[in-house]
Every structure is written in C-alpha cells, then in structure tokens.
Design a protein around this ligand. Structure first.
Ligand SMILES: O=CN(O)C[C@@H](CC1CCCC1)C(=O)N1NCCC[C@H]1C(=O)Nc1ccccn1
Ligand code: NI
Length: 194
C-alpha cells in the first residue's frame, strides 16, 4: 500500500470530518456496498465505530473536542455508501455496538414511537425542536462489520437510533419527520420512548 493510502488510513475521525447541513451527501441516496467489503470500506467502518466510542469517552472527547454520539452514518463523513455504526446501551441495559453494511428495514410496526426530547444530529449545528415520529418496532437485515448476515428486531430507543441512521443512508434528516403545523404534538397513538 503506498504511503498516501497508509497515511489516510492511519487518521482517526474527528468533528472536522463530519459534514454539516448543506453538504450534498446528506441529501443523497447512498449506493450499496459491494460485499465482501474492500479493505478500505472495512477500515472506514471500523473508524466510524471507533469515533462513536471515542466520542463517549470523556477524556478523548475532551482532548479531541468530540460531540458525544450514539450513531454515525457514512454520508456524515462525506461518503455516499450504505454503511453505519452504533454504540449505545438501551434502557434495558442491552448493548448495541457494531458497524453495518447495507442495513435495510424489512418490516415495521404500524405503531409509532418518539424520543420525548426530540432528536438532534451531529451534522446539524442547531436545535430543531419537535417530535420525530418513528416506527415503534422494526426488523433490520444487514451485514455486520465481521461479515455476518444478521436480522435484528428492535424497539424503543434502539429502534429510533437505527431509523435515524438508516434515514441518513436515504438522504433523510430527522427534522423531515417533524409536523411543521404542530411540531410538539405526538401523532395519535404514538408512544414515548423512555
Ligand atoms: O446520525 C447520527 N447522529 O447524528 C448522531 C446522533 C444520533 C441520535 C440522535 C437521536 C437518535 C440517534 C446523536 O448521537 N446525537 N445527536 C446530536 C447530539 C446528541 C447526540 C446523542 O444523542 N448523544 C448521546 C450520547 C450518549 C448517550 C446518549 N446520546
Ligand atoms: Ni444524524
């Protein structure tokens, strides 16, 4: 591998690598990743997962000025590819920490859910108040960082996080879902996620 590629490969992701609103990749549909993934795609997805972990480490977040996050999608680092990473523990103490290629929602509940405090985004440097209606339960098929084809059933906070990330892969931002006429009123029958 030539030096330039090695040099690019050795850099950790910081906030400087995260594109903000107005950058075209945030509004593009991404292309599927060809599997098995190239060394470069594998390295990138590993770095995306590492960024999320680093962002939740107080010392590293302080040292590198990272905004704590629980998920990251490739368009947020200017890469129009169907890749995302998550690292968080849900209210039941279940841990989610992995990178995914070509995640897709294969089924979902009619029932809706929402995070009571609304949502934010590392690519959005402003508060956008409002309820973001999500599917309360989803089933996701994807290939993990380790190359395993998985089918995951998600509900609650985890379902919201995965939907937020998969939205990015389709050029959708969280505020696209907010009801402009009545942003703070949850849709009929929607449940709040604790
Ligand atoms: O596309 C991905 N993103 O834009 C990062 C987002 C993803 C979440 C937003 C709502 C559901 C998924 C993200 O993580 N945030 N949004 C902006 C600031 C806060 C931050 C967050 O929620 N941090 C956090 C850290 C530790 C524990 C709990 N929360
Ligand atoms: Ni986001």
């Amino acid at each position: 591998m030539e030096f330039a590629q090695l040099e690019r490969m050795s850099l950790m992701i910081t906030m400087d690598d995260i594109v903000r609103e107005g950058h075209e990749t945030l509004r593009q549909r991404t292309e599927n990743v060809t599997l098995p993934p190239s060394d470069e795609d594998q390295y990138t997805l590993k770095e995306m997962l590492q960024f999320i972990k680093n962002s939740q480490d107080e010392e590293l977040a302080e040292q590198y000025d990272l905004r704590p996050g629980v998920g990251l999608a490739a368009p947020q680092i200017g890469l129009s590819k169907r890749m995302m990473a998550v690292h968080f523990t849900d209210a039941n103490g279940r841990e989610y920490s992995n990178g995914y290629y070509n995640p897709r929602i294969v089924s979902h509940s009619v029932e809706q859910a929402y995070l009571p405090g609304g949502e934010g985004c590392l690519s959005v440097d402003r508060d956008v108040p409002g309820i973001v209606p999500r599917h309360a339960r989803i089933t996701v098929k994807a290939t993990t960082l380790d190359g395993e084809d998985v089918k995951i059933r998600l509900k609650g906070y985890a379902a919201c996080v995965f939907q937020h990330e998969i939205d990015h892969l389709n050029g959708v931002m969280f505020y696209d879902h907010i009801n402009q006429d009545d942003p703070m009123t949850p849709p009929e029958g929607a449940v709040s996620v604790d």
